[in-house]
Design a protein around this ligand. Sequence first.
Ligand code: ZN
Length: 415
Amino acid sequence: MPELVIRGARIRGAQGIVDVAVDDGVVSEVSPHIGGQAQNEIPAGGRLLAPGFVNIHCHLDKCLTSTWARVWDESRSGAPQAIPGATDIKRGFNETDIVERATRALNSSVLLGTTAVRAFADVDSVGGLLAVKSLLKVRQRFKGIADVQVVAFPQEGIVRDEGTEELLERAVELGADVIGAMPWYEKSHEASKKHLDVTFSLARKYDRDIHALIDDNSDPNSRNIEYLLVKASREGMKGRVAASHCRGGLDSPDEDYARRIYGLAKEAGLTVVENPHVSLFMYGRSDPHPVRRGVTRVKEFLREGVNVAIGQDDMDDPYYPFGRGDMLELAWLMCHAAHLGSLGEMESSFDMVTYNAAKGMRLPKYGVEVGDYADLVLLDAGSVHETLRLQPDRTAVLKRGRLVAETKSRRILYS
Ligand SMILES: [Zn+2]
């Protein structure tokens, strides 16, 4: 008999209800009925069983600082103004504090069904390697609970922040999984290109994927994504580059430019990451009406066959005062932010916090098929639409077949 059987679950794409067996942390059988009695059984009662949620963009070093109130006031608007405030706050961080906050944020995420997170750690002349070292400890602490990828992220730029190139290399040698980039923040087009040149040369040298925060502004001339994509295709990085935000020129009415980017993105196997919490909260603040929503061209990228994922990005930090690492909440919000209303589009939104994000992080054996890792979440609803609408309990969360979180809330209506 298998070690674990989840009985009577619904799985997307399958007819009726199924039993799912797990052995050695891997899904070993999916069928309408598995006979006998396993060592452990989880009665699913017709609930939806999905692969664990994946948060592909999250600043775990800055999260839960509750310091946003020092940065936001009526006179400030948008990311470029928030960054100096965030830089100040970072000067007060120490390792104990980062590890403790990141742990709390990850605990909250796991309780809400997340089993993999790409965690950004600032690497710059302000904090040096402090954030990377702290998040590498967190990655170790969460082994067997959640997969954590640590991104060495040049939050203050590379060209404009002297010494960062060397620090990035040191961060990768320490064990950072992914090279981050933020070329739009440099002071000139030449410096932005140099920024990406450094990123790609490190990625090639150390065989790492790239996650760039790209064109995170409303400047129609901010078009770094083009250079990113051309380099990804030319330099052997197809399928290994993710790009968050993707606004700048894409947030303008220049359709010719946008069409060119769709083609380049497809060719490069790009994962576009939209962070709807932060986009709706941060952007368009200085617009006269009509106010832009700050969301990238989600529907168009989807239509063109580009992989689109959702990230939390910020969580109770100088950029964004809310967020709890709830990827289901983000998928629900994405339906609003990107006008996804049909059942098929809702399924797409759900894919953005599961399969698409897993593809972006290149997580192996992801899914609910035989041979996949049993990283699973049991949702207290029967379909994707119901799950998005009701935002139900995450009844059980499994990592490699081991129960890592449960929620059993009790509601009583006296009528
Ligand atoms: Zn971010």
